[in-house]
Design a protein around this ligand. Structure first.
Ligand code: KG4
Ligand code: ZN
Length: 336
């Protein structure tokens, strides 16, 4: 008999459902909440309400598109955290209620681990151990991945995430939300060496991205004193130079981690791994550093439920299922 796992993602502004059948993702439905655009960022209360509205139709579509019904499910995996509490509660409450009715297991999944396990949806799948630079709107981590379920954070940001730096600097440039993809697009025809921005360097394998955001803000303010059209006239070069600086900051610690851990299987994951500059840089480092690199497909970089369903599959295989009594609060620790 097949093992069929429904994955549900509702941690931020995507309501998503996907089905994993015997380790293969057979569909992946994502509804992006566009309502946040006009506010320049995700509004938590609106996100919860939109999840509430979308969740049943999204799950219904996911099942119907592959001719399945709830009765066919072996287990339900859901994002337990980290994320926005009200948003997470929508997915976890649906998962637990359905699992209770169907008398099947629920599988709580850590969202950041799931970004990493997206590498196991398709070939080429990385060999263990590998290092994963996990970069999203809320996190920036270097993770040593020892197995599908055994992972250790060996470096992380002490303040802002790199995605947040992209988004906040994009806001300063007035290019809208979400800023990361906009900066990426503008950077394609800009000069990455034109401007340089001072940025902090902190010890070990950790990161700090709050300084560059402030430096960028003061740089723009000072330039605008001499030329009020400075941003408009230099938009592409500003985007390219900012992106270049952020990527160099990311790579510095990743190279250090690879040397310290003597691991050359290197992956990237999370929303910022969709960045074309980062993808190119990782590819070119694979030649220079002798790395075997793993870059996720675009559809699996930003939030999706395929990564939750595949995580559910590996948790299920390893007997790591949850309980209906699990806390509805998000998991804060990575390796719970
Ligand atoms: O993983 P994700 O979809 O959600 C979280 O778990 O946070 O990541 C969202 C982040 C946002 O900061 C967004 O601006 C950034 O990923 N992002 C990008 C690109 N696409 C998404 N950043 C830079 N370049 C991109 N192409
Ligand atoms: Zn994410």
């Amino acid at each position: 008999m097949s093992t069929i796992i429904l994955g549900i993602e509702s941690s931020c502004d995507e309501t998503a459902a996907a089905i994993c059948k015997d380790g293969q993702i057979i569909n992946n439905i994502v509804t992006t909440q566009l309502i946040h655009e006009k506010y320049g960022g995700v509004v938590p209360e609106l996100a919860s309400r939109a999840h509430q509205k979308n969740i049943i139709p999204v799950i219904d579509d996911a099942l119907k598109s592959v001719d399945l019904s709830m009765k066919d499910l072996s287990a339900i995996a859901y994002t337990q955290g980290p994320g926005l509490l009200g948003a997470l509660l929508v997915g976890s409450t649906f998962a637990k209620t359905a699992a209770m009715t169907l008398n099947i297991p629920v599988i709580p999944v850590n969202h950041m681990q799931a970004h990493i396990l997206a590498h196991f949806i398709d070939e080429p799948r990385p060999d263990f151990p590998f290092l994963c630079l996990t970069v999203s709107g809320g996190h920036t981590q270097i993770v040593k991945v020892k197995s599908h379920i055994d992972m250790e954070i060996i470096g992380q940001t002490k303040d802002d995430a790199v995605g947040e730096a992209f988004d906040k600097c994009a806001k300063l440039l007035g290019v809208g939300y979400p800023g990361g993809p906009k900066i990426d697009q503008l950077a394609q025809s800009g000069d990455p060496e034109r401007f340089s921005f001072p940025h902090s360097d902190i010890p070990d394998l950790d990161y700090s991205f709050s300084g560059i955001k402030t430096a960028f803000m003061y740089f723009l303010r000072d330039q605008k004193k001499n030329n009020e059209n400075f941003i408009e006239e230099n938009l592409n070069d500003l985007a390219a130079s900012l992106q270049h600086t952020l990527i160099q900051m990311l790579m510095k610690k990743l190279k250090k981690a690879s040397k310290l851990e003597r691991i050359r299987n290197i992956a990237i994951a999370g929303g910022v791994s969709a960045n074309s500059g980062l993808r190119n840089e990782i590819q070119s480092l694979s030649k220079k550093e002798g790395w075997k690199t793993f870059i996720p497909k675009f559809e699996y970089c930003t939030d999706n439920a395929a990564m939750i369903a595949i995580s559910g599959h590996y948790h299920f295989l390893n007997g790591k299922v949850g309980s209906l009594r699990d806390s509805p609060l998000p998991r804060l620790a990575f390796s719970d």
